[in-house]
Design a protein around this ligand. Structure first.
Ligand SMILES: Nc1ncnc2c1ncn2[C@@H]1O[C@H](COP(=O)(O)OP(=O)(O)O)[C@@H](O)[C@H]1O
Ligand SMILES: [Mg+2]
Length: 311
Protein backbone atom coordinates (compact mmCIF):
# COMPACT_ATOMS: atom_id res chain seq x y z
CA UNK A 1 0.00 0.00 0.00
CA UNK A 2 1.25 3.46 -0.85
CA UNK A 3 1.86 6.59 1.21
CA UNK A 4 0.00 9.41 -0.44
CA UNK A 5 0.22 13.16 0.12
CA UNK A 6 -2.66 15.30 -1.12
CA UNK A 7 -1.57 18.91 -1.47
CA UNK A 8 -4.44 21.30 -0.96
CA UNK A 9 -5.22 24.92 -0.39
CA UNK A 10 -6.04 25.41 3.29
CA UNK A 11 -9.65 26.24 4.13
CA UNK A 12 -11.14 27.06 7.56
CA UNK A 13 -13.02 23.74 7.70
CA UNK A 14 -12.92 20.60 5.57
CA UNK A 15 -14.73 21.17 2.30
CA UNK A 16 -16.45 18.72 0.02
CA UNK A 17 -14.50 18.38 -3.20
CA UNK A 18 -11.77 16.36 -4.81
CA UNK A 19 -9.36 16.02 -1.88
CA UNK A 20 -11.98 14.97 0.63
CA UNK A 21 -13.52 12.42 -1.72
CA UNK A 22 -10.16 11.11 -2.94
CA UNK A 23 -8.77 10.84 0.61
CA UNK A 24 -11.81 8.78 1.56
CA UNK A 25 -11.38 6.45 -1.42
CA UNK A 26 -7.62 6.10 -0.96
CA UNK A 27 -8.18 5.29 2.69
CA UNK A 28 -10.78 2.68 1.78
CA UNK A 29 -8.26 1.04 -0.53
CA UNK A 30 -5.78 0.81 2.34
CA UNK A 31 -3.41 3.63 1.37
CA UNK A 32 -2.20 5.93 4.12
CA UNK A 33 -3.06 9.48 3.19
CA UNK A 34 -1.76 12.79 4.51
CA UNK A 35 -3.31 16.13 3.69
CA UNK A 36 -0.68 18.83 3.19
CA UNK A 37 -1.20 22.57 2.86
CA UNK A 38 0.47 23.76 -0.30
CA UNK A 39 1.03 27.28 0.98
CA UNK A 40 3.10 25.90 3.86
CA UNK A 41 5.69 24.26 1.57
CA UNK A 42 9.17 25.17 2.76
CA UNK A 43 12.74 24.01 2.94
CA UNK A 44 14.00 22.91 6.37
CA UNK A 45 17.65 21.97 6.53
CA UNK A 46 17.61 20.99 2.88
CA UNK A 47 14.37 18.96 3.03
CA UNK A 48 11.06 19.98 1.52
CA UNK A 49 8.34 19.95 4.16
CA UNK A 50 4.79 21.19 4.68
CA UNK A 51 2.22 21.32 7.45
CA UNK A 52 0.00 18.27 7.32
CA UNK A 53 -2.52 16.08 9.05
CA UNK A 54 -3.27 12.41 8.53
CA UNK A 55 -6.57 11.47 6.97
CA UNK A 56 -8.94 9.66 9.33
CA UNK A 57 -12.17 8.00 8.27
CA UNK A 58 -14.36 10.05 10.63
CA UNK A 59 -13.40 13.31 8.86
CA UNK A 60 -16.10 14.83 6.70
CA UNK A 61 -17.17 18.02 5.02
CA UNK A 62 -17.67 20.78 7.61
CA UNK A 63 -15.36 19.16 10.19
CA UNK A 64 -12.83 21.55 11.71
CA UNK A 65 -9.32 21.02 10.38
CA UNK A 66 -7.42 18.53 12.55
CA UNK A 67 -4.25 19.83 14.18
CA UNK A 68 -1.43 19.87 11.68
CA UNK A 69 2.28 19.30 12.17
CA UNK A 70 5.33 19.72 10.00
CA UNK A 71 5.81 16.75 7.71
CA UNK A 72 8.79 15.82 5.58
CA UNK A 73 7.55 15.12 2.06
CA UNK A 74 8.84 11.78 0.89
CA UNK A 75 5.58 10.05 0.05
CA UNK A 76 5.20 7.61 -2.82
CA UNK A 77 2.63 9.84 -4.50
CA UNK A 78 2.20 13.60 -4.20
CA UNK A 79 -1.18 14.58 -5.65
CA UNK A 80 -1.52 18.31 -6.21
CA UNK A 81 -5.12 19.39 -5.64
CA UNK A 82 -4.69 23.13 -5.25
CA UNK A 83 -2.12 25.76 -6.12
CA UNK A 84 -2.83 28.12 -3.24
CA UNK A 85 -1.53 31.63 -3.40
CA UNK A 86 -0.64 32.52 -7.00
CA UNK A 87 2.00 35.11 -6.08
CA UNK A 88 4.58 32.53 -5.07
CA UNK A 89 3.62 29.83 -7.57
CA UNK A 90 7.13 29.68 -9.01
CA UNK A 91 8.72 29.11 -5.58
CA UNK A 92 6.29 26.30 -4.79
CA UNK A 93 6.84 24.79 -8.21
CA UNK A 94 10.60 24.82 -7.61
CA UNK A 95 10.15 23.30 -4.14
CA UNK A 96 8.11 20.51 -5.70
CA UNK A 97 10.83 19.96 -8.27
CA UNK A 98 13.24 19.58 -5.34
CA UNK A 99 11.33 16.60 -3.90
CA UNK A 100 13.09 13.22 -3.82
CA UNK A 101 13.05 11.53 -7.21
CA UNK A 102 11.11 8.52 -5.95
CA UNK A 103 8.04 10.73 -5.33
CA UNK A 104 5.56 10.48 -8.19
CA UNK A 105 3.92 13.86 -8.67
CA UNK A 106 0.34 13.90 -9.91
CA UNK A 107 -0.03 15.70 -12.20
CA UNK A 108 3.57 15.93 -13.37
CA UNK A 109 5.28 19.28 -13.05
CA UNK A 110 5.53 19.33 -16.82
CA UNK A 111 1.77 18.89 -17.15
CA UNK A 112 1.09 21.53 -14.52
CA UNK A 113 3.31 24.04 -16.23
CA UNK A 114 2.42 23.39 -19.84
CA UNK A 115 -0.90 21.59 -20.29
CA UNK A 116 -2.51 24.23 -18.14
CA UNK A 117 -0.99 26.78 -20.48
CA UNK A 118 -3.24 28.24 -23.12
CA UNK A 119 -0.11 29.03 -25.18
CA UNK A 120 0.89 25.39 -25.46
CA UNK A 121 -2.58 24.16 -26.39
CA UNK A 122 -3.07 26.85 -29.00
CA UNK A 123 0.28 26.08 -30.57
CA UNK A 124 -0.34 22.30 -30.90
CA UNK A 125 -3.29 22.35 -33.27
CA UNK A 126 -2.75 18.76 -34.46
CA UNK A 127 -3.20 17.36 -30.98
CA UNK A 128 -5.39 20.03 -29.44
CA UNK A 129 -7.70 21.68 -31.97
CA UNK A 130 -7.87 25.32 -30.91
CA UNK A 131 -9.39 28.49 -32.34
CA UNK A 132 -7.02 30.96 -34.01
CA UNK A 133 -5.07 32.50 -31.13
CA UNK A 134 -2.70 35.42 -30.57
CA UNK A 135 -0.92 36.56 -27.42
CA UNK A 136 1.19 39.61 -26.78
CA UNK A 137 1.94 42.30 -24.21
CA UNK A 138 1.34 44.96 -26.87
CA UNK A 139 -2.19 46.34 -26.67
CA UNK A 140 -1.73 48.14 -30.00
CA UNK A 141 -0.80 44.94 -31.79
CA UNK A 142 -3.79 43.03 -30.41
CA UNK A 143 -6.19 45.88 -31.12
CA UNK A 144 -5.02 46.06 -34.70
CA UNK A 145 -5.59 42.30 -35.16
CA UNK A 146 -9.22 42.65 -34.07
CA UNK A 147 -9.71 45.76 -36.16
CA UNK A 148 -8.34 44.07 -39.26
CA UNK A 149 -10.48 40.95 -38.89
CA UNK A 150 -14.21 40.48 -39.06
CA UNK A 151 -16.07 38.41 -36.53
CA UNK A 152 -16.17 38.10 -32.80
CA UNK A 153 -13.10 37.72 -30.60
CA UNK A 154 -12.52 36.56 -27.05
CA UNK A 155 -9.95 38.53 -25.05
CA UNK A 156 -8.61 36.82 -21.93
CA UNK A 157 -5.60 36.52 -19.66
CA UNK A 158 -3.46 33.50 -20.72
CA UNK A 159 -3.20 32.25 -17.14
CA UNK A 160 -6.62 33.21 -15.84
CA UNK A 161 -9.23 31.04 -14.23
CA UNK A 162 -12.92 30.96 -13.34
CA UNK A 163 -13.76 33.09 -16.36
CA UNK A 164 -12.24 36.19 -14.78
CA UNK A 165 -11.47 38.97 -17.28
CA UNK A 166 -12.80 37.01 -20.26
CA UNK A 167 -14.37 39.50 -22.69
CA UNK A 168 -16.22 39.24 -25.97
CA UNK A 169 -15.47 41.93 -28.53
CA UNK A 170 -15.30 42.73 -32.25
CA UNK A 171 -13.94 45.32 -34.70
CA UNK A 172 -15.72 48.60 -34.16
CA UNK A 173 -16.67 47.74 -30.56
CA UNK A 174 -16.48 50.96 -28.54
CA UNK A 175 -15.05 48.92 -25.63
CA UNK A 176 -12.32 47.17 -27.65
CA UNK A 177 -9.42 49.48 -26.76
CA UNK A 178 -10.44 49.82 -23.12
CA UNK A 179 -10.62 46.06 -22.65
CA UNK A 180 -7.31 45.23 -24.28
CA UNK A 181 -5.41 48.15 -22.76
CA UNK A 182 -6.72 47.26 -19.36
CA UNK A 183 -5.61 43.64 -19.69
CA UNK A 184 -2.17 44.54 -21.09
CA UNK A 185 -1.65 47.11 -18.35
CA UNK A 186 -0.69 50.78 -18.59
CA UNK A 187 2.94 49.91 -19.36
CA UNK A 188 2.15 46.96 -21.71
CA UNK A 189 3.69 44.49 -19.28
CA UNK A 190 0.96 41.84 -19.06
CA UNK A 191 0.36 39.18 -21.64
CA UNK A 192 -3.12 39.12 -23.11
CA UNK A 193 -4.66 36.48 -25.32
CA UNK A 194 -6.92 36.99 -28.27
CA UNK A 195 -8.92 34.09 -29.63
CA UNK A 196 -11.52 33.68 -32.34
CA UNK A 197 -14.93 33.33 -30.71
CA UNK A 198 -16.39 29.86 -31.23
CA UNK A 199 -20.11 30.24 -31.94
CA UNK A 200 -20.60 26.51 -31.17
CA UNK A 201 -20.27 27.45 -27.50
CA UNK A 202 -23.86 28.67 -27.65
CA UNK A 203 -24.88 24.98 -27.49
CA UNK A 204 -22.80 24.67 -24.34
CA UNK A 205 -19.37 23.46 -23.28
CA UNK A 206 -18.73 19.95 -21.98
CA UNK A 207 -16.49 19.37 -18.99
CA UNK A 208 -15.03 15.91 -19.45
CA UNK A 209 -13.10 14.24 -16.64
CA UNK A 210 -10.17 12.09 -17.75
CA UNK A 211 -8.16 9.88 -15.41
CA UNK A 212 -5.38 7.37 -16.00
CA UNK A 213 -5.86 7.66 -19.76
CA UNK A 214 -9.62 6.97 -19.63
CA UNK A 215 -12.80 8.98 -19.97
CA UNK A 216 -14.51 9.04 -16.57
CA UNK A 217 -17.56 11.27 -16.93
CA UNK A 218 -18.90 14.58 -18.19
CA UNK A 219 -21.53 17.27 -17.83
CA UNK A 220 -22.66 20.24 -19.89
CA UNK A 221 -22.50 23.94 -19.01
CA UNK A 222 -24.59 26.56 -20.78
CA UNK A 223 -23.95 30.25 -20.31
CA UNK A 224 -26.61 32.31 -18.62
CA UNK A 225 -26.32 36.06 -18.67
CA UNK A 226 -23.11 36.52 -20.64
CA UNK A 227 -20.78 34.70 -23.03
CA UNK A 228 -18.93 32.65 -20.39
CA UNK A 229 -19.78 29.06 -19.50
CA UNK A 230 -17.96 29.06 -16.17
CA UNK A 231 -20.13 28.01 -13.22
CA UNK A 232 -18.68 30.96 -11.31
CA UNK A 233 -20.08 33.18 -14.08
CA UNK A 234 -23.57 31.77 -13.49
CA UNK A 235 -23.58 29.03 -16.16
CA UNK A 236 -26.24 26.34 -15.87
CA UNK A 237 -25.23 22.70 -15.62
CA UNK A 238 -26.93 19.68 -17.16
CA UNK A 239 -26.18 15.97 -17.40
CA UNK A 240 -25.06 14.99 -20.91
CA UNK A 241 -23.66 12.16 -22.97
CA UNK A 242 -20.72 12.22 -25.32
CA UNK A 243 -21.41 11.61 -28.99
CA UNK A 244 -19.45 8.77 -30.61
CA UNK A 245 -16.91 11.17 -32.18
CA UNK A 246 -16.62 13.12 -28.92
CA UNK A 247 -15.93 9.94 -26.95
CA UNK A 248 -13.38 8.80 -29.51
CA UNK A 249 -11.66 12.19 -29.38
CA UNK A 250 -11.66 12.31 -25.55
CA UNK A 251 -10.23 8.80 -25.30
CA UNK A 252 -7.38 9.83 -27.57
CA UNK A 253 -6.94 13.04 -25.60
CA UNK A 254 -6.85 11.11 -22.31
CA UNK A 255 -3.92 9.07 -23.66
CA UNK A 256 -2.16 12.13 -25.08
CA UNK A 257 -2.28 14.06 -21.83
CA UNK A 258 -1.36 10.98 -19.82
CA UNK A 259 1.84 10.76 -21.85
CA UNK A 260 2.65 14.22 -20.44
CA UNK A 261 1.93 13.10 -16.89
CA UNK A 262 -1.66 14.32 -16.54
CA UNK A 263 -3.21 11.43 -14.60
CA UNK A 264 -6.29 13.41 -13.71
CA UNK A 265 -7.67 16.33 -15.72
CA UNK A 266 -10.86 18.09 -16.69
CA UNK A 267 -11.03 19.20 -20.30
CA UNK A 268 -13.44 21.80 -21.59
CA UNK A 269 -14.71 20.73 -24.96
CA UNK A 270 -16.70 22.51 -27.63
CA UNK A 271 -16.31 19.68 -30.07
CA UNK A 272 -14.12 19.60 -32.10
CA UNK A 273 -12.46 22.44 -30.22
CA UNK A 274 -10.60 22.26 -26.97
CA UNK A 275 -10.99 25.34 -24.80
CA UNK A 276 -8.92 24.33 -21.83
CA UNK A 277 -7.20 21.49 -19.99
CA UNK A 278 -7.56 21.83 -16.23
CA UNK A 279 -4.81 19.89 -14.54
CA UNK A 280 -4.96 21.31 -11.03
CA UNK A 281 -7.91 20.15 -9.01
CA UNK A 282 -10.42 20.11 -11.87
CA UNK A 283 -14.01 20.43 -10.79
CA UNK A 284 -16.73 18.10 -11.98
CA UNK A 285 -17.08 15.28 -9.47
CA UNK A 286 -19.45 17.10 -7.13
CA UNK A 287 -21.44 18.59 -10.03
CA UNK A 288 -21.84 15.20 -11.73
CA UNK A 289 -22.82 13.71 -8.38
CA UNK A 290 -25.52 16.37 -7.93
CA UNK A 291 -26.76 16.01 -11.51
CA UNK A 292 -26.77 12.23 -11.81
CA UNK A 293 -26.47 10.80 -8.29
CA UNK A 294 -23.24 9.13 -9.36
CA UNK A 295 -20.05 9.74 -7.37
CA UNK A 296 -17.12 9.21 -9.72
CA UNK A 297 -14.39 9.63 -7.12
CA UNK A 298 -13.83 5.89 -6.70
CA UNK A 299 -13.48 5.52 -10.46
CA UNK A 300 -10.97 8.40 -10.64
CA UNK A 301 -8.85 7.09 -7.77
CA UNK A 302 -8.85 3.58 -9.19
CA UNK A 303 -7.89 4.83 -12.67
CA UNK A 304 -5.11 7.07 -11.35
CA UNK A 305 -3.63 4.50 -8.97
CA UNK A 306 -3.73 1.69 -11.55
CA UNK A 307 -2.07 3.88 -14.12
CA UNK A 308 0.57 5.07 -11.62
CA UNK A 309 1.50 1.45 -10.94
CA UNK A 310 2.64 1.22 -14.55
CA UNK A 311 4.33 4.63 -14.64
N1 LIG B 1 -12.47 31.07 -28.09
C1 LIG B 1 -13.59 31.07 -27.37
N2 LIG B 1 -14.81 31.06 -27.98
C2 LIG B 1 -15.96 31.08 -27.30
N3 LIG B 1 -16.01 31.14 -25.95
C3 LIG B 1 -14.84 31.18 -25.28
C4 LIG B 1 -13.57 31.13 -25.93
N4 LIG B 1 -12.59 31.18 -25.01
C5 LIG B 1 -13.21 31.25 -23.82
N5 LIG B 1 -14.55 31.26 -23.96
C6 LIG B 1 -15.57 31.29 -22.91
O1 LIG B 1 -15.00 31.86 -21.76
C7 LIG B 1 -14.91 30.87 -20.72
C8 LIG B 1 -13.63 31.04 -19.94
O2 LIG B 1 -12.52 30.89 -20.81
P1 LIG B 1 -11.29 29.96 -20.43
O3 LIG B 1 -10.32 30.04 -21.53
O4 LIG B 1 -11.78 28.61 -20.07
O5 LIG B 1 -10.70 30.71 -19.17
P2 LIG B 1 -10.78 30.37 -17.61
O6 LIG B 1 -9.45 29.72 -17.35
O7 LIG B 1 -10.93 31.70 -16.96
O8 LIG B 1 -11.93 29.43 -17.37
C9 LIG B 1 -15.00 29.55 -21.44
O9 LIG B 1 -15.48 28.54 -20.59
C10 LIG B 1 -15.97 29.88 -22.54
O10 LIG B 1 -17.30 29.94 -22.05
MG1 LIG C 1 -12.23 27.64 -18.28
Amino acid sequence: MARIALLIQKTPTLEDGNYLRFARELNKSGHSTDILFIDSLRLIAGRVTADAFSWRSHLKSGSPLPTSAECKIDHDVIWILGLGDRENFLDKYQLLYALPEKCKIVNSLDAIMHLKSKYYLASQGDQFPSPETYASTSAEELISIVEANQGKWIVKPPAGSLGRDVYLTHAGDSQLKVIIKRLCGADNSRYTMLQRYLPEIEQGEKRVLLAGGRVIGQYLRRSAGDHRTNITAGAKTEPCDLSVPERHYCTKLAQQILSKGAWFAGVDLVYPWLIEVNVINPGGITTIHELTGCDLSEKVVEAVMTSLDHA
